[in-house]
Design a protein around this ligand. Structure first.
Ligand code: FAD
Length: 373
């Protein structure tokens, strides 16, 4: 049976970074991926993902984000390719909305330079935004996006250069702890290692059934529309955004990679269920839900459809991540629609946990034991 120092199951966003971080520390690593690298059936496809320091979800994420930015820049230097684009970020909603107040709270708690803008001031500055007069926005200049498929490709290439083995199209069927390690069984064979990391995204509960209620896949849809006013939605003129509106919590990007303004809505049609049973097609009702937000708040982008894609969130009950180590098994799951920006730092954390059993980061917000309370 082939032996490694560590095995990573799932070479998507988190797993690709973990394989690299383990290889960088001199370990003989095997990454096992069920589909291609990259692929468009999990959580990490669709050109790009928002990254932002003004973290409305919780101020505790901000130190992790600072490290994530550093590590994305390191990967770019190694790869000789730009992966993180700074556009500025907008967090908007009613003055008492979680998105606006949470963003202000994180900025204040961590001394992040930011500006508070009324809807009118936001529109003067960035004409693509046409929010209602009751809405307020936080502008934070460091926000932007990370190229998701390219990040995975670059992590795997960097890991290859360090000697890591990565096998695509090799699904893991099951695993068990044996003696001082774990044995992993795939459709092609058995492998053993003293450390196992599970980063299976929407399929996590298949590998760890105890996570069934804690890491729940949910169908999402992304829409790209041709801007009617291309000058308002080009790179340099339009910051990425989170907008908590009465019609839904929308997020979006300037035109990049696909010739359209990109928009999504958190939790979309609220369709949770088994990842393999997810409807991967896009339908008129998917477009209709997202059009409502485009038409009302970004009318200058309300042109024909350029592209649509389905994708999967994996939600935890409180929408904070699940990162922990149980015996020899380190797990990372439940990224609840906001994990990609952190892949770089979570790769580092997973390597530290797997090797040392601990990390320099405070993981209290992310521990499995919080659900026992
Ligand atoms: C539409 C959408 C928009 C998003 N927007 C943002 C955003 O703007 N900013 C942000 O930070 N985050 C965002 N997210 C969330 C972010 O993309 C996810 O949190 C992140 O991609 C999760 O990475 P992961 O490694 O857990 O999952 P994945 O990247 O899906 O990786 C899991 C991998 O495990 C593999 N696998 C599963 N089971 C097995 C098995 N048995 N054997 C081998 N391999 C297996 C899968 O094939 C997959 O490749 C968004 C997500 C979606 C869907």
């Amino acid at each position: 049976m082939p032996e490694y120092d560590a095995i990573v199951v799932g070479v998507g966003g988190m797993g690709s970074a973990a394989v690299y971080e383990l290889a960088r520390r001199g370990l003989r690593v095997l990454g096992l991926e069920r589909y291609d690298i990259p692929h468009d059936l999990g959580s990490s496809h669709g050109v790009n993902r928002i990254i932002r320091l003004a973290y409305w979800e919780h101020p505790a994420y901000v130190p992790l984000l600072r490290r994530a930015y550093e590590l994305w820049r390191e990967l770019e230097n190694r790869a000789g390719e730009r992966l993180l684009f700074v556009t500025g970020s907008i967090d908007a909603g009613a003055a008492d909305s979680r998105t606006f107040t949470g963003s202000v709270r994180s900025c204040e708690a961590h001394g992040l330079p930011h500006e508070i803008l009324t809807a009118a001031a936001l529109q003067r500055r960035f004409p693509g935004y046409q929010l209602t007069p009751d809405m307020m926005a936080v502008y934070q200049a460091d926000g932007g996006f990370v190229l998701c498929e390219r990040a995975i490709v670059n992590y795997v290439e960097a890991a290859h250069a360090l000697g890591a083995h990565v096998h695509a199209r090799e699904p893991v069927v099951d695993w068990e702890e044996q003696g001082d390690g774990a044995v992993v069984r795939t459709e092609r064979g058995l492998y053993r290692a003293p450390r196992l990391i599970l980063t299976a995204g929407p399929w996590m509960s298949r590998l760890m059934p105890s996570l069934d209620a804690l890491a729940r896949p949910e169908r999402q849809v992304l829409l790209w529309t041709q801007p009617l006013r291309p000058d308002w939605f080009r790179m340099g003129a339009f910051p990425v955004f989170n907008l908590q509106a009465p019609e839904g919590h929308f997020y979006g990007f300037p035109v990049f990679g696909i010739p359209g303004f990109k928009v999504g809505c958190y939790h979309h049609l609220r369709q949770s269920g088994d990842a393999d049973a997810t409807d991967r097609s896009c339908h008129p009702e998917d477009e209709a839900l997202l059009r409502v937000g485009v038409r009302r708040y970004f009318p200058g982008a309300d042109g024909p459809v350029m592209a649509m894609k389905t994708c999967l969130f994996t939600n935890s009950p409180d929408e904070h991540f699940i990162i922990d180590r149980i015996n020899r098994v380190t797990i990372a799951a439940g990224f609840s629609g906001h994990g990609f920006k952190f892949c770089s730092v979570i790769g580092e954390i997973l390597a530290e946990l797997a090797i040392d059993g601990q990390t320099r980061w405070n993981l209290d917000l992310f521990r499995l034991s919080r659900f026992e309370k």
